[in-house]
Design a protein around this ligand. Structure first.
Ligand code: NAD
Length: 500
């Protein structure tokens, strides 16, 4: 079986026969296709040592030269898009067209990071006092690490590593051990693009290596994306060690449908947002909130018709809307939530359990599930299910619908569907959620804005990519300089200097 090794100093590195390993599955067939090594603290130390040796020279290059490497990296990713898409889909299970989107959204951040000469520019104030000028500059923090989830094996590593290396840092990526190959392939392409070995290292593993990252004194910043409980633990441990931390967590995004919405458009949008990628997106829309009985009735009918037209298939099926979920354990978890919904008293309108794809009976497939009459007290409403399960929560007023999204423990994304500009504007202002869509079902911000949720969807204060990405991977140094006219000033002063 194919072995997946770490990537350190520009080459594959193995811990040898003694290393712990874990199977990597093909979710389409439910069988292992490779085995990934799991790093220990010693392997992480090796990656850090390589990063530490390489980083000063990389940081010393002028930013335009670093940008040139990123331009070439972007070109190579584009040239390898098809192969990368198939590799990603074969481990994750998403359909290849969706895998291309995963890569493209990461590529957008690489493109943004190509602007680093401009993005890293500091600020300057001439004449802040007599002969005094003040300026601030951005310097790289040194070595940063990124710990990423299974569901976007290209996009999320690129969110992190592109701004990190553009700013002159070395970066250590710890991809999900469930689909680790895309991260390695991206690092190989970066080296092929001219990135010096050691500036981008990849170590695989589980909690053991994550803890080693959080405890290593030479790693100055850690970016994490994954589920909320782990995000919170990682945030606490890294922050206690004095590191800069940004930890993005889980989600339960609501799609609010007002009575005046274009229902056909909204249903088309909701279908893709709820069931695309088998619901395994942190910006999926697994809760739909119609306002008023008539809206709920019409919505349910249209959803039922649309669900009948959904096609579940293998990743390489160009006509499939979505593929298998990532693992047998995750499939079992989703099925147990469907049973819980029934037990809690929600109406199971469409049951996706028991679906078998002909020829792929062992694959981790689930057909779409639809629940109606879900209520806020139900655990299946409160928890993130992360599967192809859509829940309808009926409300009687806009205030009630907005209150649901605002009060939910997660605050990643939310969408409102309406033709009423006043209602949309008030919604944007009031809702307690980090990313808002108006007639946009998956409001993942473009690469030059930044991505981040509120409440239990995000720990730390800086978002991913955009200007926040540049801020996260740099430290500000502020310089106050005095060149007094007519020679040095020799007066002594024992009070704090002021410019009054
Ligand atoms: P996960 O939390 O299981 O794993 C995320 C990362 O943490 C992986 O690299 C994993 O190896 C590591 N990890 C796992 N257990 C750990 C532990 N006990 N201690 C330290 N590290 C550990 O998440 P996942 O299942 O891979 O991804 C799905 C989750 O990620 C969902 O909750 C989803 O909403 C969330 N997500 C959030 C965003 C966002 O930006 N907010 C984006 C994508 C996914």
């Amino acid at each position: 079986m194919r072995g997946i090794s770490h990537f350190i100093d520009g080459a594959a590195v193995s811990g040898g026969a003694a290393a712990r390993r874990q199977d990597v599955f093909d979710p389409n067939i439910g069988k292992p296709q490779a085995s990934v090594e799991l790093a220990d603290a010693a392997m992480l130390a090796r990656a850090v040592a390589s990063a530490k040796a390489a980083q000063p020279a990389w940081a010393a290059l002028n930013p335009q030269r670093r940008a040139r490497v990123l331009f070439e990296f972007k070109r190579l990713i584009e040239a390898n898009m098809e192969a990368l898409g198939h590799l990603l889909a074969s481990e994750h299970g998403k359909v290849v067209s969706d895998a291309r989107g995963d890569i493209q959204r990461g590529l957008d951040v690489v493109e943004f990071a190509c602007g680093v000469p401009h993005l890293m520019k500091g600020e300057y104030t001439e004449g802040a006092g007599p002969g005094i000028d003040v300026y601030s500059l951005r310097q790289p923090i040194g070595i940063a690490a990124g710990i990423t989830p299974f569901n976007f094996p290209a996009m999320i590593p690129l969110w992190m590593l592109a701004p990190a290396i553009a700013c002159g840092n070395a970066f250590i990526l710890k991809p999900s051990e469930r689909d680790p190959s895309t991260g390695v392939r991206l690092a190989e392409l970066a080296v092929e693009a001219g990135l010096p070995p050691g500036i981008l290292n990849v170590v695989h593993g589980d909690k053991v290596v994550v803890d080693a990252i959080l405890d290593h004194p030479d790693i100055k910043a850690v970016s994490f994306v994954g589920s909320s409980d782990i995000a919170q633990q990682v945030y606490a441990r890294g922050a206690a060690a004095g590191k800069r931390m940004q930890c993005m967590g889980g989600a339960k995004n609501h799609g609010i449908i007002l009575a005046d919405a274009d229902l056909d458009q909204a249903v088309a949008d909701i279908m893709g947002a709820a069931y695309g990628s088998a619901g395994e997106r942190c910006m999926a829309l697994p809760v739909v909130v119609p306002v008023g009985e008539a809206t709920a009735k019409a919505l349910r009918e249209k959803l039922l018709t649309a669900i009948e037209g959904l096609r579940v298939g293998v990743s390489t099926d160009p006509d499939a809307h979505y593929g298998p979920v990532v693992s047998a354990a995750h499939k079992a978890k989703i099925e147990s939530y469907i049973q819980m919904g029934v037990d809690e008293g929600a109406e199971l309108v469409v049951d996706g359990r028991g679906f078998k794809l002909q020829g792929y009976e062992d694959g981790y497939f689930l057909a779409p599930t639809l629940f109606d009459h879900v209520t806020p007290a139900m655990r299946t409403y409160q928890d993130e299910i992360f599967g192809p399960v859509l829940q309808i929560v009926r409300t009687e007023s806009v205030a009630e619908a907005v209150g649901l999204a605002s009060k939910h423990q997660y605050g990643n994304g939310v969408a409102i569907f309406t033709r009423n500009g006043d209602a949309a504007r008030e919604f944007v202002s009031d809702v307690e959620v980090g990313m808002v869509g108006i007639n946009v079902p998956i409001p993942v911000p473009v690469s030059y804005h930044s991505f981040g949720g509120w409440k239990r969807s995000g720990f730390g204060d800086l978002n991913q990519y955009g200007m926040d990405g540049i801020r996260f991977y740099t430290r500000t140094k502020t310089v106050t300089s005095r060149w007094p006219k007519g020679g040095p000033v020799t007066d002594q002063s024992f009070v704090i200097p002021t410019l009054r």
